[in-house]
Design a protein around this ligand. Structure first.
Ligand SMILES: Cc1cc2nc3c(=O)[nH]c(=O)nc-3n(C[C@H](O)[C@H](O)[C@H](O)COP(=O)(O)OP(=O)(O)OC[C@H]3O[C@@H](n4cnc5c(N)ncnc54)[C@H](O)[C@@H]3O)c2cc1C
Length: 371
């Protein structure tokens, strides 16, 4: 039997690519480290571009109970600027979304195995993987979709060291009045030394996802509860939203030093037959809502490139052209929004010209270009 295409990581990009390859009749093996559906650190905002890719795969966020979002609020302490989004987005937990994508891949014929972490055994022709519980597996091609986790031997090399940011994500049940007030909106809070996103997802859940500089976390005592108290003291809008809220997770998920701005460059050192997907290909600054669409776009372009018999380097060059602009624009917006003068400027711009928020969201999105 021919070696399968191995997809390392059954998250968004991996599961999407597996579905496309399996539909085209390829033998596909998906190896996912988590043994059961798990939450993921993410703002959980699904942009229009991401919706298009999901719908093509037969995954409909609305049918999964996603919360429809048509407006954005930019909040700085007690000032709020509000604008309509140029499209309707959705709020859906990653636990639900990623599971639906894995199910579509399995229904298309991919062999989806959970609870198997992958490491690289040998780079070469073929690439050989060492798989927890399954031993060594040679791959016709490797679709590397392990998200923020690098495989030894195939590590990402960011152009500059990642910023000292710590991220947290927590699901909450808000008090009824706050749940109604938040309905239909994504709220982006500009914090001293970071920013936060708050929106509703399916059911009675709201998702709070935030990033702060590590020195702010240290000043607040180094842990989540100290940081939360500090935020409740300094952020009146957040205090009002969380008044009477119940956390739905025992503790928040956290992440450290995300390499925002990373963009993989095809080089002579690249292992042949290795296609980098999603965050392994490029990492866009959060809260622009484009990370998931980049992951899904990468899955579509990688599958099309592989099925056309073209090399991984051609795919990586194509992706750089498609996502380089949005990644650079999002990084510029992030740099502007992290300091006090930039935050004040963003609030003034947003108040004077509500179209500015829509323009910023367009600059950081993929164009409608499909593979
Ligand atoms: C703080 C924050 C907020 C964000 N908010 C948004 C947002 O609101 N909207 C948006 O569009 N994007 C957002 N993003 C970006 C988005 O979450 C990512 O771009 C997207 O998840 C990337 O998908 P992926 O498939 O590459 O990786 P993932 O979805 O992370 O999937 C990787 C999978 O690989 C598995 N895995 C890892 N290592 C191994 C291994 N060794 N062996 C086997 N399996 C392995 C993992 O368990 C996981 O399931 C945010 C990111 C951050 C950090």
């Amino acid at each position: 039997m021919t070696a399968p295409v191995v997809v390392a990581g059954g998250g968004l990009a991996g599961a999407a690519a597996a579905g496309l390859l399996a539909r085209a009749g390829r033998r596909v093996l998906v190896l996912e480290r988590d043994a059961s559906p798990a939450p993921k650190i993410c703002g959980e905002f699904i942009s229009r571009e991401a919706q298009r890719y999901l719908m093509r795969l037969g995954v409909d966020p609305a049918a999964l109970g996603a919360h429809r979002i048509t407006g954005v609020r930019l909040v700085r302490r007690d000032s709020i600027v509000e604008a309509a989004l140029p499209f309707a987005g959705y709020g859906l937990s990653r636990r639900t979304l990623d599971e639906a994508l894995r199910q579509q891949a399995a229904a298309a014929g991919a062999d989806v195995r959970r609870g198997h972490a992958v490491t690289l055994a040998r780079c070469g022709d073929p690439v050989t993987l060492a798989v927890e519980g399954l031993g060594e597996i040679p791959a016709a091609a490797l679709f590397l979709a392990t998200g923020k986790h690098d495989l030894r031997g195939l590590r990402r090399v960011p152009a500059s060291p990642p910023e000292d940011l710590v991220g947290f994500k927590l699901h909450l049940r808000l008090a009824d009045s706050q749940r109604s007030a938040l309905a239909g909106h994504v709220e982006v809070l500009l914090l001293a030394g970071g920013y936060a996103g708050l929106q509703r997802v399916e059911g009675e859940r709201a998702n709070l996802c935030l990033l702060v500089q590590r020195r702010r976390l240290r000043r607040a005592g180094g842990g989540w509860s100290g940081l939360l108290n500090d935020l409740l003291d300094t952020e009146p809008h957040l205090r009002a939203r969380l008044d009477g809220a119940t956390p739905l997770d025992p503790r928040p998920l956290s992440i450290y030093r995300v390499p925002y701005g990373f963009l993989h460059a095809a080089s002579a050192q690249d292992a042949p037959g290795v296609f980098r997907l999603g965050d392994q290909m490029g990492v866009i600054a959060s809260f622009t809502g484009s990370g998931m669409s980049i992951a899904l776009h990468s899955a579509a372009v990688a599958a099309a490139t592989y099925l056309a018999g073209r090399p991984a380097a051609a795919y990586h060059r194509h992706m750089r052209r498609d996502i380089g602009g949005p990644i650079r624009s999002a990084s510029a917006l992030y740099r502007l929004g992290r300091g006090t003068p930039g935050q004040a400027l963003l609030m003034r711009l947003g108040a004077a010209w509500p179209g500015a928020l829509a323009l910023a969201s367009r600059a950081t999105r993929l164009s409608a270009r499909a593979p």
